[in-house]
Design a protein around this ligand. Structure first.
Ligand SMILES: [Zn+2]
Length: 487
């Protein structure tokens, strides 16, 4: 609060003389103007005066007559950018990268809110810097939904601190503090009355009670995100009654993907991958003459077409993704029923054996079941028989696009109805269950998956692994596809 005592005709600043006078500077201000002249202590010692361009540090901020806002903002901006870049160059996972930005980069700015005069434009520029730096390091698609970056992870965002909200919140809190204090303290009252836009708090104006920080901008941001034509499709999908929203966002909450993969699956969910359809109809690129798929040449090349509907990928990429998900289920069942011992093989290196059997259980992988009459669908991905209880589980895996989840689950159940009947009869089973294990290409989890996992007595948290396998494989499929030549 140096400015308040500036009104005295002369103000000298002498810093700790015992530490050597050469370190000291003097500053004379008369009626707001800096006066030249060194300060003579005795015949031999003088303290040199500060020049009008000199700055000293007070509470970490350089100042002379007052705070040099522009210089400090430049310094803070440079340091902020340096830290964001440094964090982007680390090998941190998606969640930890954001956490590092929140706790190591953003506090550089937080400390200055309410003291340094930042404008709305300054704050927007900082937010832009954050986004462009993330983009430069492949961690954020430049066309991603902006809201998603600062929406909480459990709500489908990436969990970065909302700098604009933090800035307003801090100013409002400081303002409220001064007003509350004004009732009992004369100095706070004097400051509040006289601050005509002199500080960023502009205490002369009442605190903005409409915009207090009890309003959570999260809700508003989620609403804004949903309203977007293209970006909004994914949050809309998550709201469907057959979808488990929390589970579908679990991969973000856990955040153990590389930030590059995390940014990429979000771009796929946001539907902003540079497909031929996107170029022709969304960005309306005049050079995009047609939108036919570069591989099958029959269907429009949309992101959904690439992730789950191109017939040329069915036998290769989609099968691989499907098998990876099947591996997880098979390996867990085989271990659970003591049909295998090795617990160290990761699922992506695991090869299920066609038949595993012991005294209590039988486990088939991709094996046709012999029946008396011809059954069209007699080959579920996994067949588990509990010999003791005479129960058989016909388990079939699928990784469809999100909008096909419900349909796929229904189809599996209908498809194996005949086999279910035959197995009950021929194997003399007390109970036969058809168990669809279905997770979407972008990791969206239908409620039904929990039911299926419970039925085969696997831990509910298994869905987290299935989700990750689906996401990693979808990212790989889309990357590979987008590298192909367009003709
Ligand atoms: Zn195609």
């Amino acid at each position: 609060m140096k400015h308040l005592i500036d009104t005295t005709t002369e103000f000298s600043k002498d810093i700790n003389m015992e530490f050597g006078l050469d370190k000291c500077k003097t500053l004379h201000i008369i009626r707001g103007k800096i006066q030249p002249g060194d300060y003579t202590i005795n015949t031999t010692d003088t303290i040199t005066a500060m020049e009008p361009t000199d700055l000293y540090k007070y509470l970490g901020y350089k100042q002379l007559k007052g705070i040099d806002h522009t210089a400090i903002k430049n310094t803070l901006n440079t340091e902020y950018k340096r830290r964001v870049t440094a964090i982007c160059k680390t090998q941190l996972t998606g969640k930890h990268l954001i956490k590092a930005l929140n706790t190591y980069a953003i506090p550089i700015l937080t400390y200055s809110f309410g003291i340094i005069k930042w404008s709305k434009t300054d704050i927007q520029q900082i937010e832009r810097t954050t986004r462009t730096t993330l983009t430069k390091h492949n961690n954020l698609h430049p066309k991603s939904a902006i809201e998603r970056l600062t929406i909480k992870r459990q709500n489908g965002g990436r969990g970065l601190i909302d700098i604009n909200h933090l800035w307003q919140k801090q100013i409002n809190r400081l303002k409220t503090f001064f007003y509350t204090k004004s009732h009992t303290s004369n100095i706070h009252k004097a400051v509040a009355v006289n601050d005509h836009n002199y500080t960023p708090l502009n205490l002369h104006e009442q605190p903005d009670t409409q915009h207090n920080d009890t309003i959570d901008p999260q809700t508003q941001k989620i609403e804004d995100w949903k309203k977007k034509v293209l970006h909004g499709r994914h949050p809309h999908d998550l709201e469907q009654p057959h979808i488990d929203t929390i589970a579908s966002n679990k991969f973000l909450k856990i955040g153990n993907l590389f930030p590059e993969t995390e940014g990429f699956i979000i771009a796929i969910q946001d539907q902003i991958i540079n497909t031929k359809n996107y170029r022709k109809y969304i960005i309306k690129d005049p050079t995009a003459t047609n939108d036919k798929c570069r591989k099958c040449h029959t269907q429009p090349e949309t992101i959904q077409h690439i992730t789950g509907a191109c017939t040329t990928l069915t036998q290769t990429d989609y099968t691989h993704r499907h098998n990876q998900v099947a591996n997880i289920i098979h390996q867990k069942l085989a271990l659970k029923h003591k049909l295998i011992q090795d617990t160290n093989t990761p699922y992506y290196n695991y090869t299920p054996q066609t038949v595993l059997e012991n005294t209590t259980h039988k486990l088939y992988y991709d094996r046709a079941i012999l029946t008396d009459r011809t059954i069209h669908y007699n080959r579920p991905d996994i067949t588990l028989q509990d010999k003791i209880n005479k129960i058989t589980y016909l388990i079939d895996i699928a990784v469809p696009n999100t909008h096909n989840l419900q349909k796929t689950i229904g189809e599996k159940i209908t498809k194996y109805a005949d086999l279910k009947e035959e197995v009950t009869r021929i194997w003399r089973q007390d109970k036969v269950y058809v168990v669809p294990i279905v997770v979407s290409t972008t990791g969206v989890i239908p409620n039904h998956l929990h039911h299926s996992l419970k039925l085969i007595d696997l831990k509910d948290s298994t869905y987290i692994q299935l989700q990750k396998a689906a996401i990693l494989n979808t990212c790989r499929i889309v990357r590979k596809f987008m590298q192909l030549d367009e003709n």
